[in-house]
Design a protein around this ligand. Sequence first.
Ligand SMILES: *[C@@H]1O[C@H](CO)[C@@H](O)[C@H](O)[C@H]1NC(C)=O
Ligand SMILES: *[C@@H]1O[C@H](CO)[C@@H](O)[C@H](O)[C@H]1NC(C)=O
Ligand SMILES: *[C@@H]1O[C@H](CO)[C@@H](O)[C@H](O)[C@H]1NC(C)=O
Length: 232
Amino acid sequence: MDTKSIFLGFVALLWLLRPIVSQLSIPPVLDGFRYGEASAAGKEENEVLIEAFYDPVCPDSRDSWPPLKQAVEEFSSRVRLVVHTFPLPYHDNSFATSKALHIANKINSSTTFHVLEAFFHHQELFYGKVTFNKSKAAVRERIVDFTAKTLGSSSYRSAVKSGFNDTSIDNENRYAFKYGCVRGVYATPFFFVNGFPLADTGSALNYEGWRRVLDPLISKEGRNRQRHAHSL
Ligand SMILES: *[C@@H]1O[C@H](CO)[C@@H](O)[C@H](O)[C@H]1NC(C)=O
Ligand SMILES: *[C@@H]1O[C@H](CO)[C@@H](O)[C@H](O)[C@H]1NC(C)=O
Ligand SMILES: *[C@@H]1O[C@H](CO)[C@@H](O)[C@H](O)[C@H]1NC(C)=O
């Protein structure tokens, strides 16, 4: 065999092993020795951490949310979910709609996911032809109205509007984006489980897909097996 066919064979072997490798590469618990934490059986130790990077105007983010939400609610005692905004530059108004989420979170943090879902359900109001000829100010007005209405009443309008001029909220929105960059996020949706990137990132994972990821990490047997496995 020449070098080229050995190389191709190696690539083919890697491709065949791909699902096994990606399955094994997620640890059942967050890695690391926890200094000064008395009990190794603390709550965090038993939780699987999912981090999702979402763009509120990204259709794939929208499609991936219901199955993730279902899986997380089902395992609520064992799974923790943290959502970060990651506005993609090639989606119209992604940074402004992300900012609206940070504003809503500041006004009333119980409404954040309600507002995220509202953007997901009405993405078509914020990109493409409908905003193509609109000024930045006009689009902002639309986002302010939409967010205030979603918060429950137009009386939130002035709070939302001044939120757009609030530098600390602007910084939160920037930090979320930069945090994604630091973690190597390059598309949405993008998921990490216990800090490890999921293989199928950038597309919607369905409910069965989430169960395949979470079940082995959550079952006691799976956790012990993985903890004692030598083949990691
Ligand atoms: C925050 O939002 C929740 C859910 O919509 C609502 O029940 C609660 O009254 C709100 N809190 C304030 C201070 O407005
Ligand atoms: C934007 O405005 C221009 C000029 O009025 C018009 O020709 C064009 O069709 C508009 N485009 C969209 C997508 O509405
Ligand atoms: C926010 O800033 C814009 C200019 O960037 C200004 O026109 C507007 O009046 C300000 N709005 C509030 C509510 O401070």
